[in-house]
Design a protein around this ligand. Structure first.
Ligand code: SAH
Length: 557
C-alpha cells in the first residue's frame, strides 16, 4: 500500500510526541499545530474547524489527535455533500487508541491497523465485513475499482448473513481473505475488464488495465464508442496516451478530465511492451490497449510537466496565499535562492530541493523548464511577489528565448504573493493609499542614469515612492544620491517608512522623515517608503505612528 501524505492535526504540545511517532509511520505526512499552543509543528493553523474542513475538502487523509466527537462535529456539515471522502481517524493523544471515523472506501481501516501496529495497540475497527473476512470487499486495492458501491453493500450483508461466494477472474488480494468460498455459490465476485450485460448476484471489480492511444484530438464520446466496439468496459480505462505534439492541447486535456483518467504522453513503444499491452486495430485515431494486470501509469511515458513561479509573501505563513501553499504541497522539485527555499519549507523527503545562488536567475529558470519537461511538478520560489523584481520575468524571458516546443508545452503558472512594499505599507498604515511608484535602486541590470532620471521624474510627479534593493555592500553610495534627488522635490518633514524583515523573525518598522533619513539606517533587507506631499503621520494609541496618504489630491472633497 502506498504511504499517504496525511495531515496529523494536533491541538497542543502534549500531542507532539504521539504525532511524531505517527509521522514515522507515514514519513510524507505533515504535523499541523494550533498556532498559539504548539511550537515545532510542520504547519500552523489558527482555526481548528476551518483547517480540518479544508483538509477534508482537499481529500487529505486526516489523523486528528483529539476526541472523536470533536472531529465528527467539525466535519458533520460536509458529510452529506461529499461522494468520495478521505480517511479520517481520531487518535488518543497518549497513543492508547486509534479510531477510524470516515473513509471506509478509501482505506481508513488499513490506516488504523498500520497506526495501531506502529503504536503497539489494537485498532478500534467496527466494520463487520472487514472483521469477518479480513478485507474490505468494497475497497479493492489500487489498480482496481468497484463497479457499484450500493450493490456491494448488499453483497457484503448477504455474505454476513451466511451466503457463500465464487471468485471469477484474477483477484490476488483476496487470496489471503477469509471469504466463505464455494464453487456453486449463488453470489460471485467477478474481476475483469470485458464489457458485458450486468449479471444478477454478481459483484464486479474492474482492473484498471486498459488504455487508449490517440493520434489526434478526439471526443470523449468517440473514445466511449471505440471502447464499446472493442468490448472493453469503460470502468477499466486507466489512462489516455497521446503523442508529445498534443501536450499543450486544451481540448485533449478536457477529454481526459471528462473520462476521469490521467493524460500521459509517450513516443516510445517500449513503455507499452514492458507492461505487455496488447493492441486492437485503430479506429478513428483511437487504439485500445489491454494489459494482463492493472497498468502502472507512472511508467507510461510522462505527464505534462508543470512549472509554477510562486511568491511566498514577505515571510509569515499567514501572509502566504492558499494557492501557493497548495502548489508547494504538489511540488516534486523546488528551485530558488536557498534562503527562500528554506522559508518555503519544511518539505517532505520525496521533494527535491535545488538551491542556487541569488544571481543565477536565468540558469535557474532554464533548469526549471528542463525538470518540468520530464513531466515533473516544479516550483520556482521568490519572496514577496514573483512578478516584482523576482523570478517570474526571468522564467518568461527564458521561455521567450527558447524554441523548444516541449518548454512551450509546460503548464506554466505564476502565483502571486504579498510584495514587501505592500506588507510594509500595511504595517505602517496606508502610505501607498494614493498613486505611487515602485522602483528597484539596484543598478546591476540597468544603468544608474535611468534610475536617476526615473527618481527625478517620479519625485517631481509627487508620487509616493517604494524602494526595493535600496542598498548593498557592492552598491554603497547609490541610496545617498537617490535621496538627494528626491529631496529636490520634497520637504524634509515628508514621512518615511522603513520596514526591515517584515513578516520575518525580528522584524522592525520605523517611521522617520526624509530630512532625518540617512543611508546607514537602511540595508538590503529594508523596504523604504517615502511619502508624497500629501502623506501624513499621527500618533497611535500605543505610542507608534500611523502613516497614510489620503485618497484625494488637491482639495479635500
Ligand atoms: N519579489 C520581492 C522583492 C525582491 S527584491 C517582493 O515582491 O517583495 C528584494 C528587496 O525587497 C530587498 O532588498 C528589500 O528591499 C525588499 N524586501 C523583500 N522582503 C522584505 C521584507 N520581508 N521586509 C522588508 N523588505 C523586504
Amino acid at each position: 500500500m502506498s504511504r499517504p501524505a496525511a495531515a496529523i492535526v494536533i491541538l497542543g504540545t502534549g500531542s507532539l510526541a504521539t504525532a511524531r511517532r505517527i509521522q514515522q509511520i507515514y514519513p510524507t505526512s505533515l504535523i499541523y499545530g494550533l498556532a498559539e499552543r504548539v511550537a515545532g509543528a510542520d504547519r500552523v493553523y489558527t482555526d481548528f474547524g476551518a483547517n480540518l474542513r479544508q483538509l477534508y475538502a482537499q481529500d487529505t487523509p486526516i489523523i486528528a489527535l483529539c476526541a472523536a466527537g470533536i472531529v465528527i462535529r467539525t466535519l458533520a456539515p460536509l458529510l452529506l455533500e461529499k461522494g468520495a471522502e478521505p480517511p479520517v481517524l481520531a487518535v488518543a493523544e497518549d497513543a492508547s487508541a486509534v479510531v477510524p471515523l470516515l473513509g471506509g472506501l478509501s482505506g481508513v481501516n488499513d490506516l488504523a491497523r498500520e497506526i495501531a501496529a506502529g503504536l503497539g495497540i489494537a485498532p478500534a475497527i467496527s466494520t463487520s465485513g472487514e472483521l469477518r473476512f479480513g478485507t474490505c470487499l468494497l475497497n479493492p486495492p489500487s489498480g482496481y475499482v468497484l463497479g457499484d458501491v450500493e450493490l456491494g453493500k448488499r453483497f457484503v450483508s448477504d455474505l454476513l448473513a451466511g451466503e457463500s461466494v465464487r471468485i471469477e477472474g484474477d483477484a490476488p488480494w483476496l487470496d489471503s481473505a477469509q471469504l466463505p468460498e464455494h464453487r456453486d455459490a449463488r453470489l460471485a465476485i467477478h474481476v475483469g475488464s470485458e464489457a458485458r450485460e450486468p449479471v444478477a448476484d454478481e459483484l464486479r471489480i474492474y482492473p484498471r488495465n486498459v488504455l487508449v492511444k490517440v493520434n489526434a484530438v478526439v471526443s470523449a464520446h468517440t473514445v466511449g464508442d471505440v471502447l464499446r466496439e472493442a468490448k472493453v468496459a469503460w470502468q477499466s480505462l486507466a489512462c489516455v496516451v497521446a503523442g508529445e505534439s498534443l501536450m499543450a492541447d486544451i481540448q485533449l486535456r478536457e477529454v481526459a478530465t471528462e473520462l476521469g483518467v490521467p493524460l500521459r504522453f509517450a513516443t516510445d513503444d517500449d513503455d507499452f511492451a514492458e507492461q505487455s499491452v496488447a493492441w486492437s486495430e485503430p479506429v478513428n485515431a483511437v487504439t485500445v490497449g489491454v494489459a494482463p494486470v492493472p497498468l502502472v501509469i507512472e511508467r507510461l511515458g510522462r505527464a505534462r510537466g508543470r512549472l509554477a513561479v510562486i511568491g511566498l509573501g514577505p515571510g509569515a505563513a499567514e501572509l502566504m496565499v492558499p494557492a501557493v501553499k497548495a502548489e508547494l504541497e504538489r511540488a516534486n522539485d523546488v528551485l530558488g535562492y536557498e534562503t527562500y527555499v528554506r522559508m518555503a519549507g519544511p518539505f517532505r523527503n520525496d521533494q527535491v530541493l535545488h538551491c542556487t545562488d541569488n544571481r543565477e536567475e536565468m540558469q535557474r529558470a532554464r533548469h526549471a523548464f528542463e525538470l518540468a519537461t520530464q513531466g515533473r511538478s516544479v516550483v520556482v520560489v521568490s519572496s514577496g511577489d514573483p512578478g516584482v523584481f523576482a523570478m517570474a520575468a526571468a522564467v518568461l524571458e527564458a521561455l521567450h528565448e527558447s524554441n523548444n516546443p516541449l518548454w512551450h508545452s509546460v503548464d506554466l503558472e505564476i502565483l502571486p504573493g504579498v510584495s514587501a512594499s505592500l506588507a510594509t505599507a500595511a504595517q505602517a498604515g496606508a502610505p501607498l493609499g494614493h498613486d505611487f511608484c515602485v522602483m528597484s535602486l539596484s543598478d546591476n541590470l540597468k544603468p544608474w542614469a535611468i534610475i536617476e532620471k526615473r527618481l527625478d521624474l517620479a519625485a517631481e510627479a509627487d508620487l509616493a515612492l517604494a524602494f526595493y534593493n535600496p542598498i548593498s555592500r557592492s552598491r554603497p553610495w547609490q541610496l545617498g544620491v537617490a535621496l538627494d534627488i528626491v529631496a529636490r522635490h520634497r520637504l524634509p518633514a515628508t514621512p518615511v517608512v522603513l520596514g526591515r524583515d517584515i513578516g520575518r523573525p525580528g522584524q522592525t518598522l520605523r517611521v522617520t522623515t526624509l530630512g532625518a533619513l540617512t543611508p546607514d539606517q537602511v540595508d538590503m533587507r529594508t523596504m523604504v517608503i517615502i511619502g508624497s506631499s500629501t502623506t501624513c503621520a499621527f500618533r497611535r494609541a500605543d505610542g507608534l505612528e500611523w502613516v497614510y496618504t489620503p485618497r484625494w489630491y488637491g482639495q479635500k472633497p
